[in-house]
Design a protein around this ligand. Structure first.
Ligand code: SAH
Length: 491
């Protein structure tokens, strides 16, 4: 019974506020615009009604009256309605009009401010909109209206005389007129100006010039909406303060082929380093049904993936058991990721290889460990290196298949994005096999560099006549990221 007018920030999902995420997760209905972060709706309830009301940035859009009616009608019938808008809802977002319509209809509403593009995009471009020495004021201006019309609502003389930074929203198309009106109004033609396209997003572009040159500079660079125009001496600070472009993977597109549930860690780490990440989950984890194993029968329990850990504990939980079921056994993890998954369930692994996080590494790490009965809990169809080695040492070994990995077809959009990627990452042999099943032709055509987590995955790539360009020396996610960053730096 409340409509929340929520700002979603300028595009970087990290700039969604805590309150926005909370409301998205709770909403019955979400009415959203085009300029919201692509991942903003991922946290919505699966049963939430999502309504696209794309209106920003031209193109066919729902008339404002219709959007307001929609908010009123859902506001009356649903408990939590989120009206999700790019940036801040009250900064050139027509949020004020929507609030008025709600008030008029007697529908309760709240406003959740967002990070507005006019501050965030300059910040990501290394341009502080105010600065003690450069600008003591900042004006947010719409560049949308046609400044050649006599009925202009903007007072260009006053804007030209404004003692501070000018930030124009929606102004790319009118850039030549904006620049000339300001100069006509008395602003120095040598004044610094910048245009920031897709600010805060991985493919953010910035061009700079002066009021005299900026229109042609932007035209030469074919700058497109969404973009902001910043006018003022603060633009000069970018030379010293640019930071976004200097992150290790800035400007680089990386495709991640792991299953969605596992990909988020890798994807977010790559994004933090500046990469544009394409999630191309060619595999999906399907848990296998079965009873909880009787862990008291074993003196060694081996886990070979974080998924295995999660699903073993799911089986235990279903049987009313918890970490104490492992009390009598030594617990071995194939690598730090698996060990960390165990830790999240309250179990500290007794044995973890210090390097080579593959079955062979675990076999070595277990060399001095006395084993009579072992359980290897893992994916169906995994290699038998570990059980075979333990058996050859005289142990009795049971293998418990907790899940299978199955192919998950990629969409045309995902395939197209993969084709243009700079890197494709493979974190296991099964990601290679399933990715090639789904994207074989594309992988052949792509100029992307293939990144493999280790020798086993590399061998599988070679079996498919693809040569890994980069192989991690440490066979875990950190190692893969290090290898990719080093390769990017060397090119
Ligand atoms: N309410 C939004 C603004 C909506 S108007 C806010 O507070 O940010 C839409 C205009 O905002 C676009 O035409 C563009 O000028 C600007 N804009 C929005 N997102 C942007 C981004 N990521 N980079 C540059 N400009 C952006």
């Amino acid at each position: 019974m409340t409509v929340y007018l929520v700002g979603a920030g300028p595009g970087d999902p990290g700039l969604l506020t805590a309150r926005a995420l909370e409301l998205i997760a709770a909403a019955d209905v979400i009415v959203y615009d085009r300029l919201i972060p692509a991942s903003a709706l991922e946290g919505a309830r699966p049963d939430a009604t999502l309504i696209y009301a794309g209106k920003e940035g031209g193109g066919a859009s729902m008339p404002q009256s219709e959007i307001s009616e929609l908010l009123v009608s859902h506001g009356v019938s649903a408990r939590i309605v989120v009206r999700l808008k790019g940036g801040d809802p009250f900064v050139f977002g027509r949020g004020g009009e929507e609030a008025e319509a709600l008030r008029q209809a007697g529908v309760p509403f709240e406003v959740v401010p967002g990070v507005t593009a006019g501050v965030a995009a300059p910040a990501y471009a290394g341009i502080p909109v105010t600065h003690r020495d450069e600008a003591s004021a900042v004006a947010f201006v719409t560049g949308h209206e046609d400044p050649s019309k006599p009925s202009s609502v903007l007072d260009w003389g006053a804007l030209a005389a404004f003692p501070g930074t000018l930030v124009f929203y929606m102004g790319v198309r009118q850039l030549p007129l904006i620049a000339s009106r300001l100069v006509d109004g008395g602003r120095a033609s040598s004044e610094a100006a910048a245009v920031i396209e897709r600010g805060t997003l991985p493919d953010q572009r910035v061009v700079t010039g002066t009021l005299e040159t900026i229109a042609s500079v932007a035209a030469d660079a074919a700058v497109r909406a969404p973009a902001l125009v910043v006018v003022g001496s603060v633009v000069g600070l970018r030379e010293r303060l640019a930071w976004f472009e200097s992150r290790p993977l800035a400007g680089i597109t990386v495709a991640v082929t792991r299953a969605r549930a596992q990909a988020s860690g890798l994807a977010s780490r790559l994004a933090d380093l500046g990469a544009a990440v394409i999630e191309a989950p060619a595999i999906r984890i399907v848990p296998l049904d079965g009873p909880a194993p009787s862990l008291a029968d074993y003196d060694l329990v081996c886990l070979t993936s974080p998924n295995g850990v999660r699903l073993l504990f799911a089986r235990l939980a279903a049987a009313g058991l918890d970490a104490r079921a492992l009390a009598g056994a030594r617990v071995a993890a194939i690598g730090p990721g698996t060990a960390s998954a165990l830790r999240s369930f309250g179990v500290i692994a007794d044995v973890v290889p210090s390097e080579r996080f593959v079955a062979e590494g675990l076999v070595d790490a277990l060399a001095g460990v006395d084993v009579r009965r072992a359980l290897v809990a893992r994916a169906a169809g995994a290699r038998d290196v570990l059980p075979d080695a333990l058996r050859s040492r005289g142990a009795e070994v049971d293998v418990l298949a907790l899940y299978e990995t199955v192919a998950s077809p990629l969409t045309q959009d995902q395939l197209a994005a993969v084709q243009d990627a700079d890197y494709v990452t493979f974190t296991s042999s099964s990601t290679v096999r399933f990715f090639l099943e789904s994207a074989g032709a594309v992988a052949g055509r792509s100029r992307a560099r293939m990144v493999s987590i280790g020798p086993v995955t590399s061998a599988t790539l070679r079996e498919h006549r693809l040569e890994p360009d980069v192989e991690a020396t440490r066979h875990d996610i950190d190692g893969l990221i290090d290898a990719l960053v080093a390769d990017a730096a060397s090119r």
